[in-house]
Every structure is written in C-alpha cells, then in structure tokens.
Design a protein around this ligand. Structure first.
Ligand SMILES: Nc1ncnc2c1ncn2[C@@H]1O[C@H](COP(=O)(O)OP(=O)(O)O[C@H]2O[C@H](CO)[C@@H](O)[C@H](O)[C@H]2O)[C@@H](O)[C@H]1O
Ligand SMILES: OC[C@H]1O[C@H](O[C@H]2[C@H](O)[C@@H](O)[C@@H](O[C@H]3[C@H](O)[C@@H](O)[C@@H](O)O[C@@H]3CO)O[C@@H]2CO)[C@H](O)[C@@H](O)[C@@H]1O
Length: 560
C-alpha cells in the first residue's frame, strides 16, 4: 500500500497512488470505501474518507519537548491522523538545552536553509527531520532555541525574545511545505495548517498577508486550535514593524488593553496580540472541548477575546482531546511497577504500595491516597488546595502533589511536606515517569482548576482506575460524569465534578469521595471500572478533526 507521504506527493503531481486512490476532488485524495479500514494488531484501524496534507505548527510536541498538555496533544494527534491515511508534518523548534538534546538524536539535517525577513534583518534557520510513526517531524533550528531553562523561559521568567522565537517558527512553518522534500516530495501548496496556541498564530496571518496575495496557498486552509486562552503572545504595539508584515495588516493583530490593565496614566494599552491575529484570520477555530468552546465566548472565560470569538461562532467548534494509549495504558505502562486492567485490578493495589514506599509514606493499603499532578499555575487552583490542606490533613488520608512552576508554590509544597511528614508529599519538578506512577498508585486525583480547556490528567486517571474529583468546568465537566448511586440502570458515573469552586465545596466533595472509598467498596470498584471502560482514544477525536477539515475546505479561505 502507498505510504501517506507518497499519497500526498502523488496528489500534488496529479498522479494516482497505487492501490488506494479512487479519484481526486480539489487535489484531495478520495480513498476507496471498501478500503476504509485495515487490521492493525488485532484492532481495526479506521481510515479517512478524504485525506489531506496536514501541517501542524506547535511550540511543543512529546516526546521531543513538553511543558504540559499541549505537548501531549501535538505528540499524539498527528500520529492518529497519519494512521488514518493523511500525510502529516509537525513543525516545531529544535530546542537544545544540554539535557533534552538526546530527544532529537534521530532527526537529521536536511541541508535546507531559509532566510527570514523580520526583526530588522534576515535570520537564517535550518530544518532537521525525522520520519517516525508515519509522521514527518520537522525541527526548525536557530540559536535562539538553544539555551538552558525550559521551553519558554528560565528561573527569571519567560524569555524576553519569545515573540522573535515564535515569529521565526511561523515563517519557517509556512516555508516548510514548499521547500522540504520529505520522502522525496514536497507537501506543496494544498495544505491544511493546524496552528496550535499563540506560538503558531502568525501562520494564518502570514498566509493571508504574504502568500495568498501572490497566488500561493490559495487552496490551503488553516485551523486555530486553542489549548489555553491564558497565553496569547501579547507584546507592545511598537514591536509590530519587527514582524515583517505589511502595515495594512496591523488591525489583525491590534490589541488594546482595558484601562484597568494599563500600567500608568500615560499608558495607552496598545499592543499586538498573536492569538487574536489567528482568531481573526484562521479559517476555522477549534477548542479542546465543547464546554470550553462555549466558555471562551463568555466574559468570564474569554480572557478579553470573548466578543471576537463570539463573532466567529459559526466556525468555532469543540473537540475533546484523546489520550495516547500506547503511553497511558495500565496493562502495558513501562513506568509503573505492576500491570493491571479492568478485568484484574489486583496490580493497582501493588502500584499503590510501591508508590507509598517510593515516596516514604506509611505503606497502608486502606488509607485513601489522593494525588495532584500539574503545572503550578493560577489556572490549576493550587491556592485553593493550600487553603484546604490544614482541614484535609486532619483526616486519615495521604496526599501527593507533583508539579513545577511558580517558585512560591514550590516552596509551599516543600514546607507542607516537612509539617505533615506522614501524610503529605510535595514532589517538586517535572518527571513523566513519576506522573505515571502517581496516576496508577493513587485512589483519587484532585483537579480544582479555575478553568480547564480540556484537561488530560483526569482522562489518564480514569484510564488507570483512579477516581477524579474535579471542578465542573470546561473539559473537566465534559469528561467526568458525576457519581449517582441511584441511576436508572443502577449506579452511574466516573467521579465527582463539583461547582461552584469554593474551598467548602472541594472539601465536602473530597469527604464524600473518601467515605465512598472507605464504606462502599463495591460502589468504588464500579466507579473505577466505568472510568477504565471509557474510550478516550485519539482515533475518535481524529475523526472529528477530519470533519472540521472538510468544512474548512468548503468555505473560501480568509482574505482581507
Ligand atoms: N510536574 C510534572 N511532571 C510530569 N508531568 C507533568 C507535570 N506537570 C504536568 N505534567 C503533565 O503535563 C500534562 C498536563 O496536561 P493538562 O491537559 O492537564 O494541562 P495543561 O494546562 O498543561 O494543558 C493545556 O492544553 C491541554 C491540551 O489541549 C488541555 O488539555 C489543558 O486543558 C490546557 O490547559 C499531563 O500530561 C501531565 O501529566
Ligand atoms: O503545555 C502547557 C502549556 O504550554 C503553553 O503555555 C506556555 C505559554 O505559551 C508560554 O508563553 C509561557 O507562558 C508565559 C507567559 O507567556 C508569560 O506572560 C508569563 O505569564 O509566564 C508564562 C510562563 O513562563 O509558558 C507557558 C507554559 O508554562 C501552551 O500555550 C498552553 O496551552 C499549555 O497549557
């Protein structure tokens, strides 16, 4: 059978790839219906009816670079789409910081250089490439991506030149399909750009301002995927000329802070906002859950973009993220000490004992073990956890938190551990293996996020039989079904989703979960098993993205 790369290239050249193409509509390949699926290791792999050349643009993708959920999604969704027959490229920076460099070991220099006209000069970037899991992983190389710290900053805060770094990424991503011969063929001008968050948000602006007026990318479309409205890539208006965009496009990025957010009386609040640029110019917009797609149109959830997003409601959809079950599967997970499944839960108790031992907590099978995993950020509601800790620590429970971010919260985790030695562990840092062991070993996962566009940890928790207790917001409300002991067909639900977000409510819900764990063993097992039986695989989300791609191609592309 033709590889996805061969499909796309043959499509561009007007050839019919052997074996799978039945016809061609608007340069897209229609896959024969009788071949809509193939058997992959005992499971039927669904195939797309219409395949595209897809270009993901992102600031992070696992396993190369990850700071949070964006990395998970951009590491998995492209693979799921490629498995369905699309030709898929992911364009991201080649971050080298001295410790993560080995992640790029299999990516090879393509010998392609381009010069990008922005920030008062021409900046040369080069491309590295790895073909893995049927996806073309393309890494943009520039010295500004090589420095110690995390992806976006270091202990002093966000890097001061992030606007420059991600402007380079966006220009490079627009050029990559035209200049890189991957598997022997370029992707060409008929692409579906999937631009993720602010780092990639200049792509639709560049397509509209710098390519389409010259007849290039007329048949491409772009989709903005919003993972988190909290980060919009906002910088002073005086930086606009640095971006290399025509002056008449200023309005697309123009952003004026409300008066209350200005720093002094003479501050006019004038800024440029990358994410806003994409909200204006992208052909369609997707948020990572349906609930969040509504919340972003409200004053409470829209982070200043609500009116603009409301005006684009007709092209705004929500698709709940999936999870990568090759990485997150308790029956095969390489990071956990014992394996288990919905049919045999015995390994979970062993994982709990091993986690307690690893953390130096008393090894007690009967004590409810509560976990939290996440970036230590205002979004995640850690300050509310801080407030309930004195009360919660009076209960017979254990609590482990894994996180990094805000240094004050990191210090608080350390000091809380020193106060409640037998009950509380604060694991400060970023460790994927530890996150797997906490997900497997805990009984309850707490997520009191103020807002949560989708949330992945609650999905991982359910997959591992760990019962989520979450604030009913965004994707958490969409994915965690409240426990109902009196459902129509018996007990229902996969966890607890509480609202409003108050400390009283959180404590009350945690106490309900704890007493259910202690006193209603069979109900607890039901909660675990219903969560473990949910299908959160990426294939389902990938199919919904395909629908959005089709809609994007029905409409005309954005032009000013
Ligand atoms: N200290 C640590 N050590 C190891 N692993 C850690 C860690 N801290 C966080 N992680 C991992 O990072 C990921 C976090 O994903 P989330 O979706 O929960 O939140 P995030 O806010 O980063 O993502 C944003 O984007 C995603 C993707 O769309 C949305 O689901 C979400 O709502 C939105 O806020 C998980 O894989 C988690 O295990
Ligand atoms: O995957 C986790 C999140 O990663 C992204 O968020 C990062 C954001 O895009 C970066 O700009 C940066 O945010 C800094 C922000 O720009 C700055 O004004 C200041 O508030 O400090 C922030 C932290 O350095 O880092 C964010 C990750 O911490 C992605 O956009 C999100 O969707 C993901 O949730």
């Amino acid at each position: 059978m033709a590889t996805p790369s061969a499909v796309g290239a043959a499509c561009l050249l007007g050839l019919e790839p052997e074996g799978i193409a039945e016809g061609s509509i608007d340069n897209t390949v229609v896959v024969a219906s009788e071949q809509d699926s193939e058997i992959v290791v005992g499971k039927e792999q669904a195939r797309a009816k219409v395949t595209q050349n897809i270009v993901f643009v992102t600031g992070e993708a696992s396993p190369y670079a990850k700071s949070g959920g964006l990395g998970d999604v951009c590491g998995s969704l492209p693979v799921a789409l490629a498995a369905r027959g699309h030709r898929v490229m992911v364009v991201m920076p080649r971050y080298l910081n001295g410790t993560s460099d080995k992640n790029y070991a299999n990516a090879f220099y393509t010998e392609k250089h381009i010069r990008i006209p922005c920030f008062g000069g021409e900046h040369e970037v080069t491309f590295f490439h790895e073909y893995r899991d049927s996806v073309d992983w393309v890494f943009v190389d520039h010295p500004s991506y090589h420095r110690p710290g995390n992806l976006y900053g270091d202990k002093f805060g966000a890097f001061g030149d992030n606007q420059f770094r991600y402007t380079l990424l966006c220009y490079a991503a627009c050029e990559a399909p035209l200049v890189l011969e991957l598997g022997g063929y370029i992707y060409g001008q008929n692409c579906m750009f999937v631009v993720n968050d602010w780092h990639a948000s200049l792509v639709p602006v560049l397509l509209a301002a710098k390519y389409r007026p010259y007849g290039v990318y007329k048949d491409s479309r772009s989709i903005l995927v919003i993972h988190n409205l909290a980060h919009q890539g906002v910088e002073p208006a005086s930086t606009y000329p640095d971006l290399g965009l025509p002056p008449e496009w200023y309005g697309a990025l123009e952003w004026v802070f409300p008066e209350w957010a200005r720093r002094h009386a003479l501050d006019k609040g004038e800024a440029v906002n990358f994410l806003k640029g994409a909200v204006v110019t992208a052909d369609r917009i997707v948020t990572v859950s349906k609930g969040y797609s509504w919340e972003v149109t409200t004053a409470e959830g829209g982070q200043g973009l609500n009116e603009l997003l409301s005006s684009r409601k007709s092209v705004l959809n929500g698709i709940v993220n999936g999870i990568d079950i090759n990485d997150w599967n308790p029956a095969t997970d390489k990071c956990i000490p014992c394996h288990y499944s919905v049919d045999d839960l015995s390994g979970k108790a062993k994982c709990k004992g091993a986690l307690q031992k690893e953390l130096g907590l008393p090894i007690r099978p009967d004590v409810p073990l509560i976990g939290f995993i996440g970036r230590l950020d205002y979004q995640k509601g850690i300050d509310l956890i801080q407030l309930i800790i004195p009360d919660l620590m009076r209960e017979d429970v254990q609590f482990v938190m894994l996180g990094s971010g805000d240094p004050e919260l990191e210090d608080w985790m350390r000091s809380t551990e020193s106060i409640f030695k037998d009950k509380f562990r604060g694991w400060v840092g970023f460790s994927v293996p530890v996150s797997h062991r906490i997900t497997a070993g805990c009984d309850i996962l707490l997520m009191p996020s103020r807002f949560e566009p989708c949330g992945l940890n609650q999905l991982y928790a359910m997959q591992y039989g760990t019962v989520p207790v979450v604030h009913a917001t965004g994707g958490l409300r969409d994915t965690v079904e409240n426990f109902n002991p009196f459902g129509e067909n018996g007990e229902q639900g996969t966890g607890w989703a509480f609202a409003p977000l108050t400390t009283e409510n959180m404590l009350w819900t945690l106490r309900t979960a704890i007493s259910t764990y202690r006193e209603h063993k069979s109900s607890w097992e039901g909660l675990m098993k219903r969560g473990m039986s949910k299908d959160f695989t990426w294939d389902h989300a990938a199919e919904q993205y395909e629908q959005i791609f089709q809609w994007a191609f029905i409409d005309r592309p954005y032009v000013m």
